[in-house]
Each structure stands twice: as C-alpha cells, then as structure tokens.
Design a protein around this ligand. Sequence first.
Ligand SMILES: *Cc1c(COP(=O)(O)O)cnc(C)c1O
Length: 487
Amino acid sequence: MSATTTPIIKFINGEQIPIELHKVRIVQKLHLKPVEERLKAVREGGFNTFLLNTNDIFLDMLTDSGTNAMSDNQVASMLQADDAYAGSQSYYRMERALREVFGKHYVLPVHQGRAAENVISMTFISEGDVIPMNYHFTTTKAHMELNGGTILEIYTDEGLKIKSDHPFKGNIDTRQLVEVIDKYGPGHIPFIRFEASTNLIGGQPFSMANMREVRSIADQHGIMIVLDASLIGENAYFIKKREPEYKDASIKEILHEMCGMAEIVYFSSRKVSSTRGGGICTNSEELYLKMRDLVPLYEGFTTYGGMSVREIEAMAVGMIETLDETVISQSPSFIEYAVRELEKIGIPVVTPAGALGCHIDAMGFLPHVPQEEYPAGALAAALFIISGCRGMERGTISSVRDEDGNDILADVELLRLAFPRRVFTLSQTMFVIDRLHWLYQNRELVGGLKFVDEPEVLRFFMGRLDAVSDWPEKLMAKFRLDFGESL
Ligand SMILES: *Cc1c(COP(=O)(O)O)cnc(C)c1O
C-alpha cells in the first residue's frame, strides 16, 4: 500500500524529516538579492511587508492565501472551462465537488472569503447583536462590525498561551458561551462562529468533541452555528491525528461530521484550494433563500459569483484534493519540522505546531522592544533584511486604536511565516531556520517601529512605518561582518 500521509523519515543524524509526496514540474525562478538592496526595499515599503515587491523577495512566506501550489489536475481542468454568464457547466462541476466535500446541498459562489462574510453579516447581523466565536479573523470582524455587531472571543485559557501542549487551542470555552447566552439572550445572538484552524492564534484547531458540546448548547437555545472553513482540511487532519476517536476515520468522514454540526459553512478558496474564490454552503433552503439575492448584487450571477470559469474549474478539483491526506498533511508536516528545529535552538515559537505557518513569539524574541513599538512588525522587517524572507506581522499593527487614539495592544505579537502547500523545499525551510538562528543571536540589534502614515481601516495593509533609530543600518553592518560577501 502506498503512503496515505506525508511520511516522516529518520535521517542519518537522527533528525525527523518530512518527505514530499509530489514532484516539481513547473518552477518559478527566485532571486536572492544583496542585503543592501533588501534594506532599501524595506525602507521603500515603509517597513510593512505587505508593501514589498516580489522581485525583491527570496522566500515569500507572507501568506498561504492564493499561494498554494496547484496540482497538474487543477491546471488541466482549466482547459475545459465553460464560458457562460449563466448555467456554466464549470459551475455545476464545482457545485458537485462542494456537495461531496462539505455534505451541503445549496451553494452560493462568491469572489473570495470576505465576500461570504459580507453576505452572511448583512443577512443575519443587526445593530446590537453579539457573535461569540473561538477567535476573530481580520475581515470577519470588520464585516460584522460594519453591520452593527460585536464579536466576542471565547477561547479557552490555553488559546493564547505561546507554549502549550494542548492539542486543540482553537476550542470554544463552553462555560463562557453559556454565560454569554445568559447575558445577551439568544435573540441577540444571530449565530455562533467556529473558525477552523484558528488563523490569528497560530493556525490552531478545535476538536470534534468541543464542536459537539457547542452544538448541544446552541440547540438548547435555538442558535445557529456558522463554520469558517477556510482552513478546514488542516483542522480535519489535526482531528485525525490528535483526537483518538478519529484515528481511523477518513478526512471526508471527519469533514462531514464537522460540517453537519453547522447550519452554514463558508470558505475562502484562496486557502482551501489554491484558487481565488469562495462560497457559502447550507442544507437549509430557507437560509439559502435569505442570502441568495445578495450574490448577484455584490458578486455576480449565482453560477459564477465573481469568479472566472477557469478559477471555478480549478477550485472544483482543488476541493476534491482536500479529501486527500497526502495533500493536506504536507504543510502541517513542514511546519512541525520548522517548529521543532526552532525550539531546539531556543527560539520562542507557538506550540503545538499548527496549520498555515510557523508563528514566532516576537515579544519573547525581542523582549527589549516595547509593544507600543510593534515588536512583530520589527521582527518581520529585520528577518527580511537579513534573509529576503517575507513574513507577516500578526500583532498590534494588525490591531486598531481606541477612541482616545491609543493602540489597543494585541493579545499576542506574532511573526507568521506561512508555509503555503507544496511550495517550499526542505532546504529552503532550513535556510529560514538558519537565518532566524543568526538573528536570534543578534537580536539586541533590532529596534522598534513607529507609524508615519496610518490608514483608519485595516491599517496593516497599507500603513507605512519607520524605524525608531538607525538599527536597520547597524543590523546590516553586522550581517556584512559575519557573512562577508555572501548574500
Ligand atoms: C483568509 C481568510 C478569510 C478571508 O478570505 P479572503 O479570501 O482572503 O477574502 C476569512 N476567514 C479566514 C479564517 C481566513 O483565513
């Protein structure tokens, strides 16, 4: 029998190494530029890694969104796309795939995940409502608040701990859930939101047992559950690996059980299946009809929802591939490898290893940089300068200010290094670990950042910052001293 999940081998030196179960047939050339040019690029990009140009980047670990590798079958499927405004065969192929993967009959296509959030929020949230959830995602929160709702994060005590061995840090705290329902009343809670592989706290999954418990509480009060399935493949994989009851279950069985407990399942296809797009799925005709009319208004006709037919074809194939454990285990296995190696050299990193990326604790890495000077943003800039590797700040820069104009300090300051599915090789992974090691030994050279141009909404995307001192130049000088002429 062939391997059904990413094999881990014991290397000569005893190290555990994940093996790729795919071969690389189409490649893209990368550039590793000198440190001087990388520093120039960081300055031009306002110390915000979103504002870098990929020409200047060696390893792009900004996000897994729209950057997973496509399979040969996905690319091939794009050739059979059926161009039609309405009733395209491509759409029906995608609908069949979504029914098979999520076990939901009704499908509404949208152009990406946040568009699904717009439709759901506009339909179900009224002024004064509260929405309990394991943790928010940036666009989710923004859409819910735009519609007059307030998000309530009711994660467990383990959720925000950097170092933990809890297998399901994405769980909802059911005790808090009961309190929230008592306090606000079911009439002000349009739904409870579960986010698979909780993105902003380190790609941490919730357990089936937790979802079952939440479902039972929701049933007692007649409240719906909405599941954000953007990272559901990985959450299902972790349930199989970490929840003994599911060790022999197929990914499809696990997905159906999870989705069966939610009235509405929505997703960003940029994460699940490497193509732009998204969708909303439900088994309730009533809920479907409530949401349906917003799709032609905001997205496009209900058989394309703002996507091209080529994307729709690739999404259909990508969705089915999500059922294959050799596909969905690849990224978590590489992340686990990176987390283990970083822990060995003492770098503070979120454990247990989760989905989508490796999350470095910037406050632990740079204890001398005050949180008001954005340690996670500073660490992202510093890593780029010394390696050409682009990560993403997930800390206070990604937060907002209060009414008095003070930063609302984030619960955690993380530098996220995303591992898009099947994109990076093991030697590239080792390169990043090696540069992080050097940076950790020279961490006292890294200083803070300050805003120089700050947008009011989602400031982390377009905001520009500057270093609080000439620390970037000093860091570059030390790099030259230690690395000589090499890049
Ligand atoms: C990315 C993401 C979204 C938003 O999806 P887009 O396709 O980027 O609009 C929503 N929820 C989660 C959990 C995500 O990871």
